[in-house]
Design a protein. Structure first.
Length: 92
């Protein structure tokens, strides 16, 4: 998926419509020029921006030392829920 499609899918997944694009972009620190450059395919998304998109979707707060323990706990919960070591496609 191209970055412009990825960005548009993320915006839609948050429930934003076309008129609310600027609000969605501001969640990532984008100004209107950056939003339109990404949507036009003229500017790729950086890895940090894609990670920020995931953090916004997961409703995570900005990182701060006081949030560290909660973030570590979320990581452990994710590992537990999605069990990295198991192969769900194996026949029982």
């Amino acid at each position: 998926m191209e970055d412009k499609e990825l960005f548009n899918a993320w915006v839609a997944s948050l429930g934003f419509n076309e008129r609310e694009l600027r609000s969605a972009g501001e969640l990532l620190g984008f100004d209107k020029n950056q939003i339109y450059a990404v949507r036009a395919g003229k500017r790729p998304l950086k890895k940090a921006e894609k990670l920020a998109m995931a953090a916004v979707k997961a409703e995570l707060a900005e990182w701060a030392p006081e949030h560290d323990k909660n973030l570590l706990a979320l990581g452990l919960l994710k590992e537990t829920l999605f069990d990295k070591g198991s192969d769900k496609t194996e026949a029982a």
